[in-house]
Design a binder for this molecule. Structure first.
Ligand code: GLY
Length: 567
């Protein structure tokens, strides 16, 4: 950690609580919301409010998880969902940790080559647009699993504000109006029926969700089975099959969320707890952070040439391994211990020099590329009892497959695109995959979602995560570095400009208008291909950290409508 940073003690009462945290020199830190007891940070104000309301009724972090997840399904149809899946990492106040996998699965009728034509070429759009792109949804199983094992309030109490929100409606934000408009041509292309998002919605309008409310009411009445076996299941399967999809009632009946051992590793004096396979997030982040640890990033400036070089070269190497080794652990033997082993990672970085870029073509692994989408969503919650969670959930693309079930009131995911349709051919995120992530019935597709909890001195320190497809991992790790190495507040850390490298394509993606042109020229001179497009957004990180007085600071990313609420 940066040793020469000036400590701003006692300038403001606020800062008194931060005396052991280094702050950037010569400028007053920009804090996010600070709350003493509990906090929810999510992609929409309505969801954070409902999560906090549940905590205020005495609910714990797991009750708030169910509420926030369902509230996002109503208020943030872009990525919040009933028709998708996700991952949760938790740390209880007593230090117990765990993780839940409610990732989608390939249907029983899925085949390895289902997205290839007779010549073995990938058929454009087939894996990400429409019913055939949909994996068996896991979100409803996930929230019921969390509630049954760890929740404390009755489901009626948790569902009440969600149903009220769906009936009363949600006010359209500027950003939402823009994305609805942007995706309308695809809604028209995919949907046989008119859907609520076909209208010319403007910021300030209110969209009501009565059909979704009815679906939720049935789920409340009949439980998880309503979604996987009941009337909702039958309607869902009928709709998917009418639209050319292959999901059957058997697929829904067989779906189960799975508790898995999280990935844990140390970085300096931090203990990091993150999601293991079928997410690549934890393994990949462990690899990158362990590869950069010996470079003492705090001796350089934030986003300086040397910092970017060290991080980019570690990212390049980790993503090459990702493409080759990672996939569903129930179908593959994944050498996790070796992949995150210090000796192995020292070897991986042994050919790196600050003198020039290492071309990705020099790496032996992964003659193939796989991609993922940007349109996931993340929420972090801490409760008044000291429990913490990090949850990342997704439909994959924005509005998933773009297919909206009018009888049930929600979008279906296009998660099948996260499989490797054909080894070597990039997916929608440009990621290349190998055999470990090939399609097979009931297999879970590889993810980059990286819900993460960080401990310091044995205590909870941060909860964070982000959407961003392939860029999720690099956004989460840069946010951790921003706080830990560069002394930023949580808000500064989530807002700071980010960069990304994923081995293939061999380019450093940089957020536009955020880096000095001289820095970009220096990178180019050293052999880096830099891509800096106007529309590039790398993640939308939401996080919570503990300040020295034990209160919480929320970081709600400036890039979205994200909001921290606490008490
Ligand atoms: N669909 C994005 C991810 O799972 O990483």
């Amino acid at each position: 950690m940066k040793s020469y940073r000036i400590y701003f003690l006692a300038i403001l009462g606020l800062l008194a609580s931060c005396k052991n945290n280094p702050e950037p020199e010569n400028e007053a830190p920009n804090y996010g919301l600070i709350a003493k007891n509990a906090m929810v940070v999510s992609a929409r104000k309505e969801a954070s409010q409902i999560g906090v309301a549940i905590l205020k009724q005495g609910g714990n972090v797991f009750d708030a998880m169910v509420a926030t997840h369902l509230a996002l399904a109503v208020a943030y149809p872009y990525a919040g969902n009933l028709g998708g899946g996700g991952f949760m990492v938790y740390r209880k106040a007593n230090g117990e940790i765990g993780s839940l996998d409610f990732r989608e699965k390939a249907p029983l009728r899925a085949t390895r080559d289902m997205y290839l034509d007779d010549n073995g070429e990938v058929i454009p759009n087939k894996s990400w647009l429409g019913a055939l792109a949909t994996g068996v949804p896991g979100s409803v199983a996930g929230i019921f699993e969390v509630h049954e094992k760890l929740g404390s309030l009755p489901l009626e109490t948790i569902f009440e504000p969600i149903l009220s929100l769906a009936h009363k409606g949600v006010v359209v934000t500027e950003k939402q109006a823009k994305t609805i408009k942007e995706y309308q041509p695809l809604f028209h292309e995919v949907n046989l029926n008119t859907i609520p998002f076909d209208k010319n919605w403007k910021a300030g309008d209110t969209i009501k969700y009565p059909v979704l409310a009815s679906t939720l009411e049935r789920i409340l009445e009949f439980g998880k089975d309503e979604f996987y076996k009941g009337e909702t299941a039958k309607k869902l399967v009928g709709f998917i099959q009418n639209n050319g999809g292959i999901i059957t009632l058997k697929d829904l009946e067989k779906y189960e969320a799975k508790w898995r051992k999280p990935i844990t590793f140390t970085y300096d004096d931090l203990n990091i707890i993150s999601m293991g396979p079928p997410s690549s997030g934890g393994v990949c982040m462990a690899q990158i952070l362990k590869m950069v640890e010996p470079f003492h990033l705090d001796e350089n400036d934030h986003n300086s040439l040397r910092t970017i070089q060290a991080v980019v070269e570690a990212e390049r190497r980790a993503y090459a391994d990702r493409s080759f080794y990672l996939g569903d652990p129930d179908f593959n033997k994944i050498p996790i211990e070796t992949l995150i082993n210090d000796k192995y990672l020292t070897g991986r970085m042994s050919d790196f020099s600050f003198e020039k870029a290492t071309p990705s073509s020099e790496f032996s692994h992964g003659n193939i590329e796989v991609i993922e989408s940007n349109e996931t969503t993340h929420y972090s919650i801490v409760d008044q009892f000291g429990n913490a969670i990090a949850v990342t959930t997704t439909l994959n693309g924005a509005y998933g497959s773009k297919l909206y079930c009018p009888e049930l009131g929600f979008f279906l995911n296009n998660e099948m695109d996260d499989f490797s349709s054909k080894p070597g051919v990039p997916n929608m995120f440009g990621l290349i995959g190998a055999e470990a992530n090939s399609i097979a019935p009931e297999k879970r597709m590889l993810s980059s979602m990286t819900p993460t909890i960080v401990e310091k001195n044995g205590e909870f320190f941060m909860s964070l995560g982000t959407p961003g497809g392939a860029t999720i991992i690099t956004s989460v790790l840069q946010t951790i570095l921003n706080v830990h190495e560069f002394g930023m507040t949580m808000q500064e850390a989530v807002d700071a400009p980010r960069f990304h490298h994923q081995w293939l394509p061999d380019e450093v993606v940089m957020e536009p208008n955020s880096f000095d042109t001289s820095l970009i020229e220096q990178l180019k001179t050293l052999g880096y291909n830099v891509r800096e497009g106007e529309s590039i957004i790398l993640g939308k990180v939401d996080g919570i950290r503990v300040l020295n007085d034990k209160s919480y600071e929320g970081g709600a990313d400036r890039r979205g409508d994200d909001t921290a609420i606490g008490f």
